[in-house]
Structure formats: C-alpha cells, structure tokens
Design a protein around this ligand. Structure first.
Ligand code: PLZ
Length: 440
C-alpha cells in the first residue's frame, strides 16, 4: 500500500456540489469549443489531483476511483516512487531518442519485461508509446518472422484505434464506423463468451482452417480477458487450447496484455492463470505508472529476425517514461500489489454475485482479481440492457463513485480499482454500486 505523503489527496469521498459541479461545467463548455466531439468522456469532472483511491475535481469533490484511468494506474495515481523517479529523470535529461544515443533506463525496462512476462525462454523487448503501437509492432514482427500475411483477431476484442489496430478491434460503434477502408489480411474469429454460449474453440479452429488456412496465418492476437469487450473471461482451457493449436501450426500466439497486465488480474499477466506462454506479449497502460509507454516482448529468435532499423520511433521508451515504468514496477513488487489484486477480487466478486442472485437485471458477474464486469440483461435473462447499465452508471457517478462501462452491447459495468485503494474506499464504493444496481 502507498505511504501517506504530504500532497496525498485525503482518502475520503466528498461531495461539495452536484456532479459535475459548476467549475467542471464551465470547463466542459470551453472544451466543447476547443475539442471535437469525437473525443468523448465517461464523466466530465475535471481532475486537479488524484491518488491512491480518490480523484479530486476542480469543484473540490472527491470521487472514489474504480477506473484507474482504464487500468493504467494499477500502482496508484502519482505513486510516490513514480513521482520521485519522474522528477529525478526529468532534471537529468528528457529525451535523446534511443535510436540516436541510448540510455540505461530503456535497457532496464526491457530486462524487467523479459523477466516478468510468462515463460522462462530467452526473450527480447523494445519500447513504444502506447498499446496500439505495441500491437502494430507485434503484428509487424510476427509477419516478418513467419513470412505469412494473415492475422487473426476475435469478436469482442479491442486492440487500439490506429488503422491496423482498429481493424483488429471487433466493435463497429464507436471504433470503426465510417473510418474504413480497413487493413487487409485480418480475419475475425469467435471469442469464447460462456454467458452467451458462443465461441466454441473447435468451431473457431475449423473456421480458421477452412476459410483462411493455418499456413497463411502469422499470428493470433488475443486478450486473455476481453476488457473493452465486457470483461469477458473465456471458458477455462480455451486460451490453452488456442495456444496448442497455434503451436502445432507455426502460428505465433500474441497476448494483448495491455489492459490485463501488471497485476490487474492477480497475476503479473493474465495468461499465467491459464498456464499459457505466449510467443509475443504487448503491454502498455500500467507499464508506465501513468506515463505513455508500451512494450513489445517476444521469443528471442522471433524478435531478432527483424533487420536493424526495422522497428523503432522517436519517442519509444522515452527516458522519463522509462524511469516512471521502473518505479511503477517496483511499487507493484514492494507493495505486494499482485496479491492485493486477488484480495480485491475476493472482496468484490462474492458480494456482487450475491447481488446478482437477488437482482434479475444482473445477468452475470465475472472477472479475475481487480478486473470485474457486471453484465445487465432484460427480463428474458439474455437480451443486453443498455438502459439499466446507463442508469447504474449515472447513479454511481452522482454519488461520487467513478465506474466505467464496457461491452460489445454496451451493457457491462466495469470495475478496475487501483490496486492501492484502501479497504474502506473499496467497501464504500461497493455499497454505492449495490445501491445503484438495486435502485436501477
Ligand atoms: N489493447 C486490450 O484495452 C486500450 C481504450 C480507450 P492504447 N483500452 C482503452 C479508448 O476508448 O480508446 C487498449 C486495450 C487493449 C490495446 C489497447 C490500446 O491501447 O494505449 O489506448 O493505444
């Protein structure tokens, strides 16, 4: 758990105005004149400081944070070690471009990624700026190493917003509609979604073998738990079965651990729970402790196949982001935050499952560790109910609890609390959520 520091936000929920308050609304009006509506916001309260479990806004309201900037501040917002590391590095130098003159921090982050990602085989890593850029690069490396064109992605998958990663993403609205034409040689397969009874592995494999051909597939890109898709946890054994099929056909298994990585699910990486060792792993979000950085990690022979100069970029592995990353990883280690994610899951899941048994609109509560989804359905028990989801979201926000939605059908409430949140705030947030669900 993070230590109290003089600048730490008091760890109490506090509502001084309605949400959003007058100052936030003023800023929102300015924002509407300055920023296109294509960039949208879950909750337009403008933040002035945050951490470990609280977001404080311009009106002095203090909201409980169950979002972690979409699983980016697992180690806490402005975690003390991260702030110190950023200050120190920023005072020394802010940029050289690793491709021009290198520095140790970049090497150290890659060493940490090589150690921490699943599997004890020899690995190499390089650094980029975001989750999307990490996925772009795993695809480049996989195509290069295999000499094959095809990339498989899944229903309910989210991999980013660039042309290629948007193509891999499985949801038209809001991510794809109107933004085509898309990248070529991307094939979509069914993801295992036990609640909806879809995505049997044997059918997925038959489809890929008959309609694409295994020998044309360079890589299968998969989230171990589909985050944006609705915290969909595949059937046990599905991921391992997929990995086995890939291995048998010389297809590289790419784990997109951008959202699930760095302790979120109670393991360093969500693949570990399934005993799966991917060939390539894409990371971002909590790798940077709040600063933008992404990682591409893979088998040494795959990664080393690319010619010198074949991958890179101006800002990839920026020294300040690397310093933040090393400190964020240290914070997760020294704070026992991987274990803490399990404890958070054990606090959330049974409680919400009890609620599910009592409220027919809750179709399923699922997740692992501190990554939890609540899927809302109509009276028939299966038709997605976006309206009730929206009501729960609004009620929580008005009560000072920041939660997120997710889901291909927009009917999932998603909980991603920072792993440093106190038991008291976790408890209070859950009570608000339970009340909102019961009332909606
Ligand atoms: N892979 C699994 O979850 C980003 C998206 C926010 P970037 N998820 C949050 C939004 O609406 O754009 C994500 C992810 C997984 C890749 C990405 C992309 O990561 O750092 O946003 O590019």
């Amino acid at each position: 758990m993070a230590k109290d520091t003089p600048d730490q936000v008091p760890q109490q929920r506090r509502l001084l105005t309605e949400i959003p308050g007058p100052r936030s609304r003023e800023l929102e009006a300015r924002r509407e004149r300055a920023i296109p509506k294509g960039v949208s916001t879950t909750l337009p309260v403008f933040v002035v400081r945050a951490g470990p479990g609280i977001l404080e806004d311009v009106d002095g309201n203090r909201l409980i944070d169950f979002g972690s900037g979409i699983s980016t501040t697992n180690a806490g917002n402005s975690a003390p070690l991260v702030v110190e590391a950023i200050r120190e590095q920023a005072a020394l130098f802010t940029h050289t471009c690793f491709m021009v003159t290198p520095y140790a921090g970049y090497v150290e982050v890659c060493e940490r990624l090589n150690q921490l990602t699943p599997g004890d085989h020899e690995k190499r890593s390089f650094l980029v700026n975001s989750g999307a850029e990490a996925i772009e690069n795993v695809v480049k490396v996989a195509r290069y190493a295999t000499g094959r064109p095809g990339i498989v992605a899944f229903d309910h998958g989210f991999h980013g917003r660039t042309l290629l990663t948007m193509t891999l993403t499985g949801k038209a609205m809001p991510y794809k509609r109107g933004f085509g034409p898309f990248a070529t040689e991307v094939y979509r397969a069914a993801y295992s979604y036990p609640f909806r009874g879809t995505g049997r592995l044997a059918d997925t494999i038959t489809m890929l073998e008959t309609s694409v051909g295994a020998e044309s597939i360079a890589a299968v890109v998969v989230e171990p738990i589909a985050g944006e898709g609705g915290v969909v946890v595949p059937e046990p054994g599905w991921l391992a079965g997929l990995a086995g099929w890939c291995r048998d056909h010389g297809i590289l298994l790419v784990a997109d651990e951008v959202q699930t990585g760095f302790g979120r699910t109670g393991d360093w990486f969500a693949c570990e729970h399934e005993g799966v060792v991917p060939d390539l792993v894409a990371t971002a979000k909590s790798l940077g402790g709040g600063l933008p950085i992404g990682g591409v990690t893979g088998r040494a022979e795959v990664m080393d196949s690319v010619h010198p100069g074949g991958v890179g970029g101006t800002f990839g592995g920026n020294p300040v982001a690397c310093a933040a990353s090393l400190a964020a990883i240290r914070t997760i280690e020294t704070g026992g935050l991987v274990e803490r994610a399990r404890v958070i899951g054990e606090a959330i899941l049974p409680r919400l499952r009890k609620l599910a048994a009592a409220v027919p609109a809750v179709g399923e509560v699922r997740g692992r560790g501190a990554m939890v989804g609540i899927e809302f359905v109509r009276d028939d028990g299966i038709t997605p109910d976006r309206e009730v989801t929206g009501r729960v979201l609004r009620r929580c926000h008005e009560a000072g609890l920041l939660i997120l939605t997710a889901g291909t059908y927009g009917n999932v409430i998603r909980l991603l609390p920072p792993l440093v949140i106190s038991d008291e705030l976790l408890e209070e947030g859950l009570a608000i959520l339970e009340e909102a669900v019961t009332a909606s």
